[in-house]
Design a protein. Structure first.
Length: 77
């Protein structure tokens, strides 16, 4: 699922998600829990204002963001 994402420059000098939209809802990123690179992508595990966890993927070649995983607030790991 492609996403519209607001970004900030993170501590490593990379663009990181600050907020993203799911439909008409703006979800604020409270914390970047983890980040890891893979060839042309950077993945970000984030905790969000809706109490859920997400993994977002940034395609640096095409400069687009995708939602790759959603974990609801009460869902076990």
């Amino acid at each position: 699922m492609l996403l519209r994402v607001d970004t900030v420059t993170g501590p490593l000098g990379l663009l990181e998600p600050a907020a993203f939209w799911l439909g008409a809802d703006r979800i604020t990123v409270l914390d970047v829990v983890d980040r890891w690179p893979a060839s042309d992508y950077i993945y970000f595990k984030v905790s969000a204002s809706d109490q859920a966890s997400y993994i977002l993927r940034h395609d640096s070649r095409q400069d687009c963001w995708e939602l790759t995983l959603y974990k609801s607030p009460g869902q076990a790991a």
